[in-house]
Design a protein around this ligand. Structure first.
Ligand code: HEC
Ligand code: HEC
Length: 318
């Protein structure tokens, strides 16, 4: 006797839910595929991976599946597409400067490697979009091609070795180095800072060491690296890369050293970081005027959510 009203209420609720479900099918935000204006230029195998795993949200060639067209999935997916396109659009990327495109691709690989992209909530229902280890290897190989010619000219090699020696032993502190065009002074002591990471990725033929000053080192040990604290300084030193006959990679001639100095107030116009670069063993300041930093900011912008820093410290946050 008592269960009958309960059953009736339940029936009403189910009906109501169904009517609601039908009703929201008609509430559909407009969804379109705008024209492809500046398609990414990349080898076919790279495009295949990106098309398969990323294009549904990061291009003007979104392909919705039948169940994506049913509410509320439709609403959720189209929102992801809208937001995804606003952040990164492979159908329009080619209009950006090449260096910036590279930075974006680098960040794309980073996101995929971290498992952050494609969005896990998406791959749950779209398993074919999952990115496999093979796919990752294809992207990595494209962005970090294999090592260069294994037998460099012995004369070049000897010259490079002596430069590296000079870098290791010379007291560059005694050189009088001119400041960068934006007024940042050279940091002679960076070679004694903590090595945060070494990298030979992204473009080949160079080997890089990234150093962090005391503030950076403390932030790493305390896991307070996003944002990095005021006073953090990074140095990135780059050498040409050589491969000896045994296949070992070693540093060749010194190319440059670059710095990022954290001061949110002083460098507010460039994302809170001051940028500077000195080239060659004679440490010539880079840039005609202070506007050279546009180039740096443009390429570091894709990682603004990591406080503009590309490097994941060794043993730090992963
Ligand atoms: C289901 C939709 C979806 C798919 C599929 C997807 N993304 Fe995203 N992506 C988003 C959204 C939404 C954002 C912005 C919000 C966020 O960062 O979470 C985003 C942000 C990003 C960003 C950050 C861009 C910036 O400037 O901040 C990168 C890089 C990225 N995605 C790369 C990829 C790559 C690479 C793939 C494929 C392997 C991929 N995404 C697949 C939806 C998607
Ligand atoms: C072509 C893109 C690009 C441009 C332009 C660029 N950077 Fe970077 N930068 C990177 C990448 C990628 C890394 C990560 C380390 C690596 O792989 O070499 C990096 C790393 C760094 C680091 C180490 C901290 C970190 O973010 O990992 C410093 C310091 C740095 N860059 C300074 C500069 C300065 C100064 C300029 C401008 C004079 C500049 N960069 C211009 C791409 C760029």
């Amino acid at each position: 006797m008592e269960s009958r009203p309960t059953a009736r209420i339940l029936t009403y609720l189910v009906l109501l839910a169904f009517v609601g479900f039908l009703a929201i099918q008609f509430v559909r935000p407009a969804f379109t595929n705008p024209p492809v204006t500046a398609e990414l230029q990349a080898p076919p195998e790279v495009k295949r991976v990106l098309r398969n795993s990323c294009y549904d949200c990061h291009s003007n060639q979104t392909q919705l599946l039948w169940f994506d067209r049913i509410q509320p999935a439709y609403w959720l997916v189209t929102k992801d597409v809208e937001e995804g396109r606003a952040h990164l659009n492979f159908s329009e990327i080619a209009k950006l400067p090449a260096a910036q495109q590279k930075g974006i691709l680098y960040e794309a690989l980073n996101q995929a490697q971290l498992g952050a992209m494609p969005l896990p909530r998406y791959t749950m229902l779209h398993p074919r979009a999952r990115i496999s280890d093979e796919d990752l290897a294809i992207l990595k190989n494209y962005l970090h091609p294999p090592a260069p010619d294994p037998s460099p000219d012995p004369a070049i090699k000897a010259a490079a070795d002596s430069q590296y020696d000079q870098w290791i032993h010379a007291s560059q502190a005694s050189l009088s180095v001119a400041p960068a065009p934006n007024g940042i002074a050279y940091f002679p002591g960076y070679r004694d800072w903590k090595v945060v990471s070494t990298t030979d990725r992204f473009d080949n033929h160079t080997l890089r060491i990234i150093f962090g000053n005391d503030v950076a080192a403390r932030a790493i040990s305390e896991h307070k690296i996003n944002p990095w604290p005021q006073g953090t300084v990074f140095a990135k030193a780059a050498w040409t890369q050589q491969v000896d006959p045994d296949g070992n990679t070693r540093a060749g001639s010194f190319i440059q050293v670059e710095f990022m100095v954290k001061d949110s107030q002083k460098y507010a116009s460039t994302g809170g970081w001051g940028y500077a670069r000195w080239r060659g063993v004679d440490l010539k300041p880079y840039g005609k005027d202070a506007a050279f930093t546009n180039e740096c900011v443009g390429c570091h912008n894709p990682v603004r959510r990591n406080d503009y820093v590309y490097t994941f410290p060794i043993g730090g946050q992963e």
